[in-house]
Design a protein around this ligand. Sequence first.
Ligand code: AMP
Length: 399
Amino acid sequence: MSFDHLSLISPLHDALREEGYKSPTPIQMEAIPEVLKQKDLLACAQTGTGKTAAFSLPLLQLLDQHKSKRKGIRSLILTPTRELAIQIGESISAYGKYLSLKHTVIFGGVSQLHQTNALRQGVDILVATPGRLLDLIQQGFIKLHQIEIFVLDEADRMLDMGFIHDVKKIIAKLPQKKQTLLFSATMPPEIQKLAQNLLHQPSIVAVTPPSSTVEKISQYLYFTNKSDKVKLLDHLLDEEDIGQALVFSRTKHGADRVVRVLDKKGHKAKAIHGNKSQNARQNALKDFKDGKIKVLVATDIAARGIDIDELELVINFDLPEIPETYVHRIGRTGRAGLSGKAISFCDGEQHKLLKDIEKLIGLRIEVVHDHPYPFEAQKAEESPSREKRKQPTRNKRYR
Ligand code: AMP
């Protein structure tokens, strides 16, 4: 199916053609017609499914078609992290380039001056994180009484990150009559309750749950010693035909250490984590997107919402403590139908984490034995049922 079947206006079609999008993703196919009917929407979809375009395209179209003479913000997109906010802003710039709607992005951790200047000039669409939005509302820079379309993005992460209270405060400032689109990767009870209160007879759409996304990604496991992980990483970067890699480290300190060692070994690398300034994080991300650095080392919090097109490889330098995080991490590769690859290192202390992950994804990750830094007690520690193979093959279903 092509975008032609979605009744989108030609300025949007032209922009999509320039973006190189040929056909809509499943969430776009399901959500766009419902939003264009001006219905409320409850969408179960995670990052990587094309959900940003699923709400941005019909939102731009509706605002363009129902022009308003009144000045003021007509649409609010609320999202949990600054990285996501910036990316949504970039998507709206790209999709809306042939429309005359104005938008701006606001988030915390930086001076508010640029943001308030942009707001003074008038915007139709505001992309915001909750804290800075409330701050600027309190200072009188923002009024939400004219909102026609409200998008609550990544509602479950808002909950995880402790923002749900702020979100409720913001919702209380919105007009009663509006169209609301709620996106969430999962639907925990608190989000279901919020949806019940917020949405009026919503259309409900859901796309394939994370575990089936996971099956499209080739996943490999390297058992190694904690002290050998950096050497193994250096070896893989040298040996394998690796373009760029996003490497996940458990700690900020660990991320910096990996970058230092890789730099010494001649691999251009940068770290992004919570101790880095917003500018340093944006620069590192830009250098990575522009291909100036080969490796971006990130902690989970800093990596939330990073959107890098056509990322081929994710490396779990440390396995995550929470199994769902593994799914979020490797979901950064293999986006929008691309094939992706994920490599995980597992040291002697992480077998329990590995088991939990394999249980969640319903797959047994293929072990690569043929590498120079094997785990010393590998044979003793490894589960006896793990078959030994020289070369990685396809993932097996977990039983
Ligand atoms: P999202 O889930 O919104 O974070 O989108 C994931 C990635 O898929 C982004 O890099 C988008 O640019 C890309 N994308 C979204 N929709 C399409 C499409 N229909 N065709 C190709 N790429 C897309």
